[in-house]
Design a protein. Sequence first.
Length: 190
Amino acid sequence: MVKFKRIDTELEGVYILEPTVFEDHRGFFMESYNSRDLEMLGIAFNCVQINHSLSVNAGVLRGLHFQLEPKAQTKIVRCLKGAIYDVVVDLRKGSPTFLKWFGVILTEHNRRQIVVPRGYAHGILTLVPNTEILYLVDEYYSPEHDRAIRWDDPDIGIKWPTSNPILSEKDRNAPLFREIEQEINFIYGS
């Protein structure tokens, strides 16, 4: 029995995963990750690094982040505690959904996860204080390939549920997409 339900989104390769949760009077049990089950759902993923973040305030926005090829990352993101608005943007040149975005709410209660493939930028906004997020990635962090796009880029037009997020210096100073478009090396179909 596959222990996940895969929900397709309008962006190719971006999936919502709903785990099978076993609950009783003691609490619950679920598998957060099972490579065999994901392969049965058409998701090939080899986790090499797990990142865990805590945002103490509601309104913390992290993103839009990605790594260039050859160090691009596929991510599986889950909210362990609290709630986030999770956003994915297609950066693959030639894609029919190029620069389109998708957003979903992930919470500790719905236990959903999102698969963010290579070629996409990713960002999260915390909706409540003391939110913890777990990121499984299939490529190691590479500072020289790490990039960001401004969270409120008008060419992308994400409808965040805030107009005044709490940002890191890196994200506050991130360039617009058009300022770094030439260096983005994601090609649709490759």
